[in-house]
Design a protein around this ligand. Structure first.
Ligand code: IYR
Length: 227
């Protein structure tokens, strides 16, 4: 490791970032947008397995996300055990059945119609991995004292964005699944009090016959205002 500069007692290192010329910047930004624009949320997973090291790399990429005071306030629980996947499916479907039948408004159901979703979640057993993201509201230090985390929702949201990008980069697909409420995940995965479920992300390969809704994305003038 390089010798740091010490500022007020804290170590800093020089940051050298690879730079590109104007043409390269244009090309790279356009290429990356084009490639990201190919990412789709998928609900039809194949049961084809993925090497554990791939999931580890994806999680380490997610964990490079910026976070409040660099607390990295996330825990990724990786589930491949068929029994636990089945328990998660059963619990999620029970909540989803109640939601689709009694909790979701007419407007909500109408907005979801183009996606043809329902309470049944077979992908929770079929996808080789379920990544359950937990947000860590606080930490317990070595003296048993509570230590605050900051901007936990924002930090976890950014980490999940990085996670989805890493999954796409690996040629895999994911579903950002939010069974609601999802407290059952804390129980099933025996999570401590300082962790709350944030997102459930099945990861895998799409089936050969996988369909996704035909969507268009908002245009630049619909998503931005320039001053
Ligand atoms: N959580 C439910 C419902 C659902 C809600 C939204 I907003 C979606 O974009 C998709 C689904 C489910 O997973 O089916």
């Amino acid at each position: 490791m390089e010798t740091p500069n010490i500022i007020n007692g804290y170590p800093f290192i020089i940051y050298r970032k690879e730079t590109y010329n104007d043409d390269q910047i244009k090309q790279r930004s356009a290429d990356f947008y084009g490639w990201m624009n190919e990412r789709r949320t998928v609900r039809e997973f194949s049961d084809r397995n993925i090497d554990k090291s791939v999931i580890e790399n994806i999680l380490m990429t997610a964990s490079t996300a910026p976070s409040g005071a660099h607390k990295q306030p996330w825990t990724f629980c990786v589930v491949s055990d068929p029994d636990i996947k089945q328990q998660i499916r059963v619990a999620a479907e029970a909540e989803e059945k109640e939601s689709y039948t009694n909790r979701m408004s007419e407007e909500w159901l109408e907005d979801l119609a183009p996606f043809q979703t329902d309470w049944q979640k077979p992908f929770l057993e079929i996808a080789p991995y379920l990544i359950v993201v937990f947000r860590r509201s606080y930490e317990i230090d070595s003296n048993g004292k509570k230590r605050q985390n900051y901007y936990v929702t924002e930090s976890c949201g950014i980490a999940c964005g990085f996670l989805l990008t890493a999954i796409h980069n690996a040629g895999l697909v994911a579903l950002t699944h939010t069974p609601s409420p999802m407290n059952f995940l804390s129980t099933l995965l025996h999570r401590p009090e300082n962790e709350k479920p944030y997102l459930l992300i099945p990861v895998g390969y799409p089936t050969d016959t996988c369909l996704v809704p035909q969507l268009s994305r908002k245009k630049i003038n619909e998503i931005s205002n320039w001053y």
